[in-house]
Design a protein around this ligand. Structure first.
Ligand code: ZN
Length: 320
C-alpha cells in the first residue's frame, strides 16, 4: 500500500459527528468524484465513481446519515480507467433531487419546484470544523501524496474553480501557502513542505499518517548529519594520508642523498624508523626507538627532520 492510500484509508475512518461537517465532506466528494446525469423528462441521477471500496463505503455512510439516501453500488471495469475496477454509487431520480438540494446545487424556485441553480453554489466554509471536513473530502476525492521516503508532495487535482477556491480557502486558514500547476486540462494545487503537509493531514484527521511523516523527517535529518560527519572524517583522513605520503617521499629522498649523514644520530634514527613503519602513529613510532621517547618528543624530532630535509632538498614541506 502506498502512503497516499494508507492515508486515505485512515481518513475514511475519521468519525464525523456533526451534520455540518458531514455535508461539507460530502460536498467536496461530490465536487471531486460526483457527476450529474440528465435522464430526460426533467429527471436527474447522481453517480460517484470511486477507485477504493473504502471511499465508496465512506460516501455511502455519509449519504445515509445526512440525507437518509441509500445509494446503489456496482462495479465497473473500463478501458477509460486503465482496465481497473471502479466502484460506482448511484443515486436514482427519486432521491437525487433531495441530495442536490442539500448540496445547494438545486433549489426551490418561486413556484416551489426544485430547479438546478444557474451558478455554482458558493461554499461558506466559515467554521473551522467545516473546513477540516471539506479538506478531508477533497483529500479523499482528488488528493495524492508522495511517499515521504522519496520526497514531500501533496497535490489536489481540482477539476473546477469552485473546488479550487474551497481548498484554497481551507489552506489559507491553516497558513499553508499553495502553488498551482496545469496538467493537461486539470489545474492542480500543490504543497511541497513537509510541515505544511503535516498541518493539512492533521486538520483532516490523518494523525497516524502525520506520525509516519514526522518520523521519516527525523530519520532523514539524522541520516543527513551522519553522512555529513562521515564525509568530514573521510576528508580529514585523506588530508592526513596526503601529509604522510609527502613526508615519506621527503625522508626517502633525504636518505638517498649524501646530506643524510649530516643529520644528528637522533634525527637519523627517527628518519629510519619512519621509513620502516610508514603506518605507525607518532606515539607508536616513539616506542620503536632505543631508548623509547614520547609522542611530543617524536613530534619535535620529526619537525626538525622535515625542516632540514626541506631546506637541503629545496622543497616546501609542512610539519606533521
Ligand atoms: Zn462544521
Amino acid at each position: 500500500m502506498s502512503f497516499s492510500s494508507d492515508c486515505k484509508e485512515e481518513l475514511c475512518r475519521v468519525v464525523s459527528d456533526k451534520p455540518c461537517d458531514r455535508l461539507m465532506e460530502l460536498s467536496a466528494l461530490y465536487m471531486t468524484l460526483g457527476a450529474l446525469s440528465l435522464l430526460g423528462l426533467g429527471q436527474v441521477s447522481v453517480q460517484f465513481t470511486v477507485e477504493s471500496p473504502a471511499i465508496a463505503r465512506r460516501i455511502f455512510v455519509l449519504l445515509q446519515k445526512e440525507t437518509q439516501i441509500l445509494a446503489q453500488l456496482h462495479y465497473v471495469t473500463h478501458a477509460r480507467f486503465g482496465g481497473r475496477r471502479k466502484c460506482v454509487l448511484t443515486i436514482g431520480p427519486k432521491q437525487a433531487p433531495r441530495l442536490l438540494e442539500r448540496l445547494g446545487i438545486m433549489e426551490k424556485n418561486e413556484e416551489g419546484a426544485l430547479a438546478l441553480r444557474a451558478t455554482v453554489p458558493r461554499l461558506t466554509l466559515s467554521r473551522d470544523c467545516c473546513r477540516r471536513a471539506f479538506l478531508r473530502g477533497a483529500l479523499l476525492g482528488c488528493g495524492t501524496l508522495s511517499n515521504p521516503e522519496h520526497g514531500y508532495h501533496l497535490e489536489f487535482a481540482a477539476r473546477d474553480e469552485a473546488l479550487r477556491l474551497g481548498i484554497a480557502k481551507c489552506l489559507q486558514s491553516l497558513n499553508v501557502p499553495v502553488k498551482q500547476i496545469k496538467r493537461r486540462d486539470v489545474v492542480s494545487l500543490y504543497v511541497k513542505q513537509s510541515d505544511h503537509i503535516s498541518d493539512i493531514l492533521t486538520a483532516a484527521g490523518a494523525h497516524r499518517a502525520v506520525t509516519t511523516l514526522e518520523s521519516m523527517r527525523v530519520r532523514k535529518q539524522v541520516l543527513g548529519s551522519v553522512n555529513r560527519a562521515m564525509n568530514c572524517d573521510n576528508a580529514n583522513l585523506q588530508k592526513q594520508m596526503d601529509a604522510n605520503q609527502r613526508q615519506l617521499r621527503l625522508i626517502a629522498r633525504l636518505m638517498e642523498s649524501d646530506r643524510f649523514t649530516a643529520l644528528s644520530p637522533a634525527l637519523q634514527a627517527i628518519a629510519r624508523a619512519r621509513a620502516e613503519a610508514p603506518d605507525l602513529s607518532l606515539e607508536e613510532l616513539g616506542k620503536t626507538l632505543t631508548p623509547p621517547i614520547g609522542k611530543s618528543g617524536v613530534n619535535h624530532r620529526m619537525r626538525r627532520l622535515l625542516r632540514f630535509a626541506a631546506e637541503e632538498l629545496g622543497e616546501q614541506e609542512t610539519a606533521p
